[in-house]
Design a protein around this ligand. Structure first.
Ligand code: ZN
Ligand code: ZN
Length: 305
């Protein structure tokens, strides 16, 4: 099974699909896990277009229930049923996502060939989701017109590999190798200990990704996104529309850059552009001038981290 850390943007427009930009969704490969974040209308078309193996997706994280983030979900679930998916699917999101989906399932008399678990998260405080031992997922509050949740994904390396030269150097037995892999130090003679960190290595260091859409500029989120390798933060507008951004509870590119710098995120990816922007040249110009590493996201873009 492939092991990588990669995000692919499936939609970068706000409100509605326009100018070749779909509504919000992202496909996240996190170690050996496959996640979908948000599922705006048309997401399953994008999954096909970019040849994502959608059956691998085990968990879907929904930020909020505005249509441009969730209207693709019933269609995607229907297609899974059509193709006789058998593995379970867990969907996280704010209340009333359960009511929203169950009303649709009931009205359309939908039957599913696989278990669907819908878990409503508290949108007012940070919640740690214990799904996998090496993957810590934190849901945290964003400020938007309706209950909205951001997500942070952290990979905590636990598996350590033994250095090849060490096996030769100390003529290690299978039993010793097992113990070192489990984290023990090596005692080579009385009083002489070789530390585990000098005997082993981890293929991947700590990795982290945070997703913030939709939200007004809010410094309260900084503790949740500090030091991430990659930060996605919505940039619905350019800086001249800061007033509109505040009124509609969205952010500007300048504000997203500011937040990413304050949080010491290594790289910022943007998206959720207003339909008033036919092309993103002005966004590109601002990004180029910034001292922060900023990538103006567009549909299909892939980022490894
Ligand atoms: Zn939106
Ligand atoms: Zn919204």
């Amino acid at each position: 099974m492939s092991f990588s850390f990669q995000i692919q943007l499936l939609g970068t427009n706000s409100a509605l699909p326009l100018y070749g930009r779909n509504t919000s969704s992202q496909y996240l490969q996190f170690g050996k896990h496959h996640f979908l974040i948000d599922c705006g209308e048309g997401t399953q078309h994008q999954l096909q277009r970019y040849q994502v193996k959608r059956n691998l997706i085990s968990h879907i994280f929904i930020s909020h229930l505005h249509g441009d983030h969730v209207y693709g979900l019933p269609g995607l679930l229907g297609s899974y049923a059509h193709f006789s998916r058998s593995s379970s699917l867990t969907i996280y999101g704010p209340s009333p996502i359960k009511k929203m989906l169950s009303t649709i399932f009931e009205a359309s008399e939908s039957r599913f060939s696989f278990p669907i678990y819908i878990i409503e998260l508290d949108h007012k405080k940070a919640v740690h989701l214990n799904i996998y031992q090496t993957t810590q997922i934190t849901a945290f509050p964003l400020k938007h017109r309706i209950p909205t949740i951001g997500y942070r994904f952290d990979y905590v390396p636990q598996e350590r590999n033994i250095k090849k030269e060490v096996i030769k150097q100390y003529e290690l037995t299978i039993e010793q190798i097992k113990r070192i892999k489990a984290g023990e130090d090596l005692i080579i003679r009385e009083g002489k200990v070789i530390k585990n960190k000098d005997l082993t290595f981890s293929k991947y260091g700590a990795k982290s990704y945070a997703y913030c859409s939709d939200t007004v500029y809010d410094e309260d989120i900084i503790p949740y996104i500090t030091n991430v390798n990659l930060l996605y933060h919505e940039t619905t507008y350019l800086s001249d529309l800061e007033k509109e951004a505040k009124e509609r509870m969205h952010s500007t590119l300048g504000q997203a850059i500011k937040i990413s710098q304050k949080a010491q995120a290594k790289k910022l990816i943007t998206g959720h552009y207003s339909s008033r922007y036919y092309n993103l040249e002005e966004f590109e110009a601002v990004a180029e001038k910034s001292s922060q590493d900023v990538s103006i996201g567009s549909d299909g873009n892939i980022y490894n981290f």
